[in-house]
Design a protein around this ligand. Structure first.
Ligand code: IMP
Length: 176
């Protein structure tokens, strides 16, 4: 049985999501932004967040994977799925589960900016600053976490644990 150590119980996550929603609402109430979730890890966070945003918005998703010898549509991050729309003049709020090395988000944000949006902001539930390789500005941040493997509330280890309602640390040996 894998050993999990609880970091943030669901009530604490709820309070953080509420705070983030208030910050985003102040900035975007009259802007009809596109809320862009990075799959798969952000799916629960995004679902909770957008239900607290009581103004007009659109929701979209993007799937990214690290560059591994494959064809890359935007620098070092490979985009998959159907996000291929005109974002010129639009306000984009990228919603991510966790910023770790920053590589994924650095390239995604650059890629989005090349589409001439009105603005691009990043909302991340978690960040692990100790592992950062690329600088990424997080405009709306839930929590800072230590350098450990995090699961639950959408985040996985080998596709497991996404369904756990709390956020926990997983023993490295328990991750295949
Ligand atoms: P990056 O290193 O900042 O490029 O992180 C890319 C992706 O790795 C994140 O969006 C997460 O999906 C995943 N990731 C990084 N650290 C963790 C973790 O501790 N638990 C689960 N997923 C993680």
């Amino acid at each position: 049985m894998a050993k999990l150590e609880m970091l943030f119980p669901r009530q604490e996550i709820d309070m953080a999501v509420k705070r983030l929603a208030e910050e985003i609402s102040r900035d975007f109430r009259d802007k009809t932004p596109i809320v862009l979730g990075v799959l798969k890890g952000s799916f629960i966070f995004l679902a909770d967040l957008v239900r607290r945003l009581e103004f007009p918005l659109e929701i979209d998703f993007i799937t990214l994977s690290s560059y591994k010898n494959g064809v890359s549509s935007c620098g070092e991050v490979k985009m998959a799925g159907s996000f291929n729309r005109d974002i010129k003049g639009r306000h984009i709020i990228v919603v991510e589960d966790i910023v770790d090395t920053g590589l994924t988000l650095h390239y995604l944000l650059e890629c989005l900016r090349s589409g001439s949006p009105a603005s691009v902001k990043l909302c991340a539930l978690l960040e692990k600053p100790s592992r950062r390789k690329k600088a990424v500005d997080i405009d709306y941040l839930g929590f800072t976490v230590p350098d450990s493997f995090i699961v639950g509330y959408g985040m996985d280890c080998a596709e497991r644990y996404r369904n756990l309602p709390d956020i926990s640390c997983l023993n490295q040996e328990d991750c295949p």
